[in-house]
Design a protein around this ligand. Sequence first.
Ligand code: G3I
Length: 357
Amino acid sequence: MKKRSAIFMINMLLSMFMIASCDSSGGNTTTKTLRDLADNKNIKVGAAVNDYYLSYETAYSNTVAAEFNTLVPENVMKWDTLEPAQNVFNYSKADTIVQFAANNNMYIRGHTLLWHAQLPGWVKSAASTNRNNLQSILENHIQNVLTKYKGKIYAWDVVNEVVKDDGSGLRCTTDATPSIWAKNSTDDSLIIAAFNKAHAVDPDAKLFINDYSNEQYGNAKANKLYQLVAAWVSAGVPIHGVGFQLHLLEESPPDMQKVRQNIERYQLLGLEVHFTEVDVRIKTPVTQTKLDHQAEIYAALMQMVLDHYSVNTFITWGVTDKYSWIPNYFAGYDSSLMFDSQYQPKPAYDSVINLLQ
Ligand code: G3I
């Protein structure tokens, strides 16, 4: 552990020295941000963002604009916000984010169209009527949302978290965490309908299926998702990639070699992999050793982006530890992002910067 920390400190010092470079007038130093370095390598580096903080917290909006070239709405492109009542669409919060991205010349990933969570009551009630009705409700939602944002969103998480955690099939109506979108664990008809509809409305958007615990080759859930995706690809379903959310734990990161193997099997299918919701939560108390280890995990992920042409997107699920979802959902965990709660870059940030320059 001591040796690892020493090597890490040397890397940090080297990186601090190297990113401070002379500008053309000589003398003054300029510091390249994450965004500057990612732009140079055609990498989309982004964060899930909240419309309210973008509008009202300058430290938040300044950090986002300086450090990222890609945004994902953390919540406001979900169904309960966009279509709270049937055929009544409310785009105002999503538009705040789309406008911020346009003002700052940023890309947007859309999240998400078919998911079991953050659904309004009226959709759940409709699901208990007949299946054709549910399909037309789904297609109408996709028709409206993708028409509205056509040309503004380069990739959509069309489908989110549909595979059961034990990898035994699709999350369905009888599951412990039920989904209205599959009547049994093999019913993928509405998933396919969602991809077909999204492609028909916005043929230029890259269409993704996104999930957690799907990154490690050999894991039952990862393998199940791969089998499903491979079958859809061979059936001609318009799917262009798989999102690895990567909500990781500092104390037990995945086997990075197996993550690479997983990327490579999707690459062989002709698909992209996006890192869509990266965070690495730390069990409190947070120590320097844990932060340094977290930094190594962030760097190992970014190294995969550099090493694979099929991985070009690295999104963190939040901007600052101040507003991360982690402490609310996992008691005793914190500090999962690259910026701390005062917007100061952490070792994770430095390690990624170090790799990108
Ligand atoms: O909007 C209401 C607000 O009116 C109310 O006053 C407040 C009281 O708790 O709740 C607000 O809703 C919250 C919502 O976020 C918007 O802030 C919900 O309680 C809260 O549960 C919800 O959490 C979101 C979660 O998805 C819901 O499943 C998190 O912010 C969001 O980070 C999280 O994101 C998901 C991805 O979409 C999919 N992958 C996993 C990831 C983390 O769970």
